[in-house]
Design a protein around this ligand. Structure first.
Ligand code: AHM
Ligand code: MG
Length: 320
């Protein structure tokens, strides 16, 4: 039987690739590995547990109703990161402001603890997205400046996908690797080494319900996709749509609309981490004109249009 490599073993084996102190990456990723398993457990029993399924009754900063599982995942990731001591503060989709640990930790984290939350109640894939930055400030507390770094400054980024199987995919800027949770032993095992995305593809993923809100150039691009007989695939969970297109080749786009010129997705904890991963896999991510990773943020919950996926497709969309 071929030797199975676990995520924990892999992180230790590759920790020399991490620019900063040996062992730090392993500690940082451990929180996501463990919390991911716990969220996975709750996601899998969401259909059974009345206290987990359904809306919490509160709204987050963007006025969206929070689902109970969103709140559970957010609390859990924050608790894990706080306990581990290397992270000084966290910016989460579910918190209006930065959550400070004031522990002098050298890193800050941005995260969407449960992305695709409209899909929780209907047994459709959802995910967690995270990004890790080295602090630029010194002292016991992080500052806003630590979070206003462009995506090029990410030291690691990853996502968990809770789908027909549960996976953790991450990069430290040295390629992308994917691990699948073996539920029988509760361990993430290397299943997708050195992930690369096809340079071109035949899947386009967009919420065409927004058609009448799209600019003419966006509509023209979607018309092109149809003329070229591409397949339309849209789950409505960013992680799941991007993950599928990463493996198969395709483009995910969430353009600006008349009502929301910057689109819906958030730069710090949705676009940036996925852009780093997709670029590391050979793909491309832009806001229609500018490389996502080169945008300097100006607000925690800043939105950005997103075009992400196979290089040839993103380039084609930008020509429109
Ligand atoms: P969320 O973070 O509140 O779950 O919103 C982000 C989600 C993405 O996962 C998904 O791609 C997109 O919003 C779907 O939006 P829409 O329903 O407008 O197509
Ligand atoms: Mg989200």
């Amino acid at each position: 039987m071929a030797k199975v490599k676990t995520l924990a073993e892999f992180i230790v084996e590759r920790q020399h690739e991490f620019t900063y102190a040996t062992g730090e990456l392993s500690q940082l990723l451990t929180s996501f590995r463990l919390a991911g398993k716990m969220v996975n457990r709750e996601v899998n029993k969401a259909g059974l547990a009345e206290d987990i399924l359904g809306a919490q009754g509160s709204e987050n900063v963007q006025g969206e109703q929070q689902q109970k599982l969103d709140v559970y995942a957010n609390d859990l990731f924050i608790r894990m990161l706080r306990n581990q001591g290397m992270v000084c503060a966290v910016a989460s989709e579910e918190n209006d402001d930065v959550v400070h640990f004031d522990n002098g930790g050298k890193y800050v984290v941005t995260m969407d603890p449960l992305d695709g939350s409209s899909n929780i109640d209907v047994n459709v894939s959802i995910g967690t997205i995270f990004s890790i930055y080295r602090r630029v400030s010194t002292g016991p507390s992080a500052t806003l400046e630590d979070f206003m770094q462009p995506g090029t400054a990410q030291v690691a980024a990853g996502y968990l996908i809770y789908g027909s199987s549960t996976m953790l995919v991450y990069t430290t800027g040295h390629g992308v690797n994917g691990f699948t949770l073996d539920p029988s032993i509760g361990t993430f095992c290397l299943s997708h080494p050195n992930m690369t995305t096809p340079p071109d593809g035949s899947i386009y993923s967009v919420n065409e319900g927004n058609w009448h809100e799209f600019a003419p150039d966006v509509r023209a691009y979607i018309e092109d996709c149809k003329k070229r007989k591409m397949s339309a695939r849209y789950i409505g969970s960013l992680v799941a749509d991007v993950h599928r297109n990463l493996l198969k080749g395709g483009i995910y786009l969430y353009p600006g609309t008349q009502k929301a010129p910057k689109g819906k997705l958030r730069l710090l904890y949705e676009a940036n981490p996925l852009a780093m991963i997709v670029e590391q896999a050979g793909g491309m991510a832009t806001d229609g004109t500018t490389r996502i990773l080169e945008i300097t943020p100006s607000a925690l919950h800043q939105r950005t249009p997103l075009y992400i996926g196979s290089r040839a497709m993103v380039e084609q969309a930008m020509k429109r």
